[in-house]
Design a protein around this ligand. Structure first.
Ligand code: IBG
Length: 222
C-alpha cells in the first residue's frame, strides 16, 4: 500500500470535490479509483466497504471513511486547518456550512429540468451576492486579516475559494461588488499547494457536462 489516501467516487466533482480541494490544499497526495458504472458501485457495496452504501468513500489511516462532512473535518483537523480552539472551530464550521449550502445549489443545477434551470441559476446568483458573499466580505473587512478565521489558512478559506470559483463559472463578474473577496481569491489561489491544484493536469475536476449527467444518473439512480 502506498500510504496515500484513496478516493472512491465518480470521475467528476459532485460530493468528492471539496475533499480533493482540502487534501490538495494540505499538500497531501491522493489516489483515485473511479466508479464508472453501476456495477462498480455494486461491487463496493457487495465488498461491504460502504457504511451507508454510499460514496464518497475515502480510504485513509486504516479507515474506510464515508459521509462527506466527516471526511472533511477529519482532514481539516489532521492537517491543522481547523482552528486553534473550539470557538475558531465553530466559526470555521459556520462559514463552511454557508459555502456548502451555496455549493449544494450549484451541484444540483445540472440535474434539474431545463425549464427550471434558468430560474435556479438566477436564484444562485442572488443568494451568492445577497446572502453568502456579503458575510465573507464583512468578516474580512471587520478583522482586516488575510484569512477568514484566526489569521491563518483554514478549511473555511479553502472551501470559500472553491465556492467562489464555482459561482464565477455561472457568472464571471459575480465578485464585482466584493473587493475584499477579489483580493482574497487572488491570495488564496496563490498559496503554492492551491496554485498547483488550480493548474491544468491536476486532480481538480471540470464542471459536469450533459453527457456526464446521464452517466451519473444511471450510476446513482438520480
Ligand atoms: N450524506 C452523504 C454524504 O454527504 O456523503 C450523502 C452521500 C450521497 O448522497 N452519495 C451519493 C450516493 O452514493 C453519490 S453523490 N448515492 C447512492 C445511494 O444509494 O444513495 C450523488 C450526487 C452527485 C451530484 I454525483 C450532486 C448530488 C449528488
Amino acid at each position: 500500500m502506498s500510504g496515500k489516501p484513496k478516493l472512491h467516487y465518480i470521475n467528476g466533482r459532485g460530493r468528492m470535490e471539496p475533499i480533493r480541494w482540502l487534501l490538495a490544499a494540505a499538500g497531501v497526495e491522493f489516489e483515485e479509483e473511479f466508479i464508472e458504472t453501476k456495477e462498480d458501485l455494486e461491487k463496493l457495496r457487495n465488498d461491504g466497504v460502504l457504511l451507508f452504501q454510499q460514496v464518497p468513500m475515502v480510504e485513509m489511516d486504516g479507515m474506510k471513511m464515508v459521509q462527506t462532512r466527516a471526511i472533511l473535518s477529519y482532514i481539516a483537523a489532521k492537517y491543522n486547518l481547523y482552528g486553534k480552539d473550539l470557538k475558531e472551530r465553530a466559526w470555521i464550521d459556520m462559514y463552511v456550512e454557508g459555502t456548502t449550502d451555496l455549493m449544494g445549489m450549484i451541484m444540483y443545477l445540472p440535474f434539474q429540468p431545463a425549464d427550471t434551470k434558468e430560474k435556479n441559476l438566477a436564484l444562485i446568483i442572488e443568494r451568492a451576492t445577497t446572502r453568502y458573499f456579503p458575510v465573507y466580505e464583512k468578516a474580512l473587512k471587520d478583522h482586516g486579516q488575510d484569512y477568514l478565521v484566526g489569521n491563518k489558512l483554514s478549511w473555511a478559506d479553502v472551501h470559500l475559494l472553491e465556492a467562489i470559483l464555482m459561482v464565477e463559472e455561472c457568472k464571471p463578474d459575480v465578485l464585482s461588488a466584493f473587493p475584499l473577496l477579489q483580493a482574497f481569491k487572488g491570495r488564496i489561489s496563490n498559496i503554492p499547494t492551491i496554485k498547483k491544484f488550480l493548474q491544468p493536469g491536476s486532480q481538480r475536476k471540470p464542471p459536469i457536462d450533459e453527457k456526464f449527467v446521464a452517466v451519473v444518473r444511471k450510476i446513482f439512480n438520480i
